[in-house]
Design a protein around this ligand. Structure first.
Ligand SMILES: *Cc1c(COP(=O)(O)O)cnc(C)c1O
Length: 367
């Protein structure tokens, strides 16, 4: 096959109908109210609360700052926190930026989410743990019921990094509504986005109030109430979010169809290729298309073959965060093993079927 003129990347940003976006931008022009919780941000917050059935939600400028605001609002800054090494690096850096001491808990080898069994082992031994930050990796659900039980038993806070989970539901409820708080990312590469952006979902008016204050320098008018930072979302970003939000159900439908197509074309279940095991009761959002090879050697051989054809997958999430240069003396053997053999294939809602076919053929030929 000849090399493609256009490279294929792991994803392609989804854009709403241009007229719809421009109409909202034109309203921003007319008002000349560009940021500081303008009407589009207020409207988007309202619509997200409705969509997620969550009363206490704040928008913010990105998911990373959302994590940092939530860490502070739950009083976890500077504390010892359990988290997963199988995630995007932002989960870890947000914790460390807030002065937390991260302790890694290995993952469940099937769900690829932080293991509740191993979490409890550490909690039972270490009284200093103040909270846990598990990740709903790829939009799959962590064992939220088991973690909630551990939260009660050990009196610790649970903050979910739900950056991948927009649109995923567990037992009929948005996955973003579990835990003491959760954050989502609305970065351009995510399933739903505001170009850059994110949100925090809390469960009390007090925490929401704190988040609001932290997001805007810690003051309300002339009243200076606490330390704060700038994590506000702009009206231009909210315009993108408002234009795209109604399309989310259709986008997830298309993702489901394309994922089924990949499953069939790759003969998943009839060869060495595996997928993560998704939680019972989960309505998955199909945020990514990860496949797990039997060895890193097999992954590298196939990734190279795809790159030769101008097709660029991503090794989400490699390496295991236990290997970061600023992490000392931690290990997580299951994560380190899986991270070395998992690959996210190119996947976006209006991906042409012939690219899925081409990728599948290259993979099957090289297995
Ligand atoms: C994308 C992502 C983030 C960070 O979100 P930004 O909006 O890019 O700051 C955090 N955690 C995970 C797991 C992510 O994938």
């Amino acid at each position: 096959m000849p090399k493609k003129s256009q490279p294929v990347f792991v994803t392609k940003a989804t854009l709403p109908a241009k007229e719809k976006f421009l109409e909202l931008v034109s309203q921003v022009y007319d008002r000349a109210w560009l940021t500081n919780q303008g009407p589009l941000c207020a409207e988007l917050e309202k619509q997200l609360k409705n969509t997620l059935a969550s009363e206490y939600l704040i928008l913010c400028s990105n998911g990373t700052l959302g994590l940092q605001l939530a860490i502070r609002a739950l009083g976890l800054n500077g504390k010892k926190i359990l988290t997963t090494p199988f995630t995007y690096v932002a989960t870890l850096t947000a914790l460390m930026w807030e002065g937390c001491e991260p302790v890694f808990v290995d993952i469940d080898s099937e769900s690829l989410c932080m293991s509740p069994i191993l979490t409890e082992k550490i909690l039972a031994k270490d009284q200093d743990i103040a909270g846990i930050v598990p990740v709903h990796v790829y939009g799959n659900a962590c064992d939220v019921y088991e973690f909630a039980e551990l939260g009660r038993q050990y009196d610790i806070k649970i903050l979910y990094d739900a950056a991948h989970a927009f649109g995923s539901k567990l037992n009929g409820k948005s996955l973003l509504t579990y835990g003491d708080a959760a954050i989502c990312s609305f970065h351009a590469t995510k399933l739903y986005h505001t170009v850059e952006g994110g949100c925090v979902i809390a469960h009390s008016p007090q925490v929401q109030e704190q988040l609001n204050l932290f997001r805007a320098f810690g003051h309300k008018g002339d009243e200076y109430l606490s330390l704060g930072i700038n994590a506000k979302l702009s009206e231009m970003h909210a315009a993108m979010g408002l234009a795209l939000l109604p399309e989310v159900p259709k986008l997830i439908d298309r993702r489901r169809n394309l994922a089924n197509l990949y499953d069939n074309m790759l003969n998943i279940g009839k060869n060495e290729l595996k997928k993560p095991k998704f939680a019972e009761g989960l309505e998955w959002n199909y945020a990514y298309y990860p496949i797990i090879f039997s060895s890193e050697k097999s992954l590298l051989k196939i990734n190279n073959a795809l790159q030769e054809k101008n097709i660029f997958c991503r090794r989400y999430f490699f390496p295991s965060l236990t290997k970061m240069p600023y992490i000392k003396d931690q290990s997580a053997p299951i994560c380190e093993d899986i991270a070395s053999r998992v690959l996210c294939l190119p996947f976006w809602p209006d991906m042409p079927v012939d690219i899925i076919q081409e990728i599948s053929e290259i993979i099957l030929k090289k297995l």
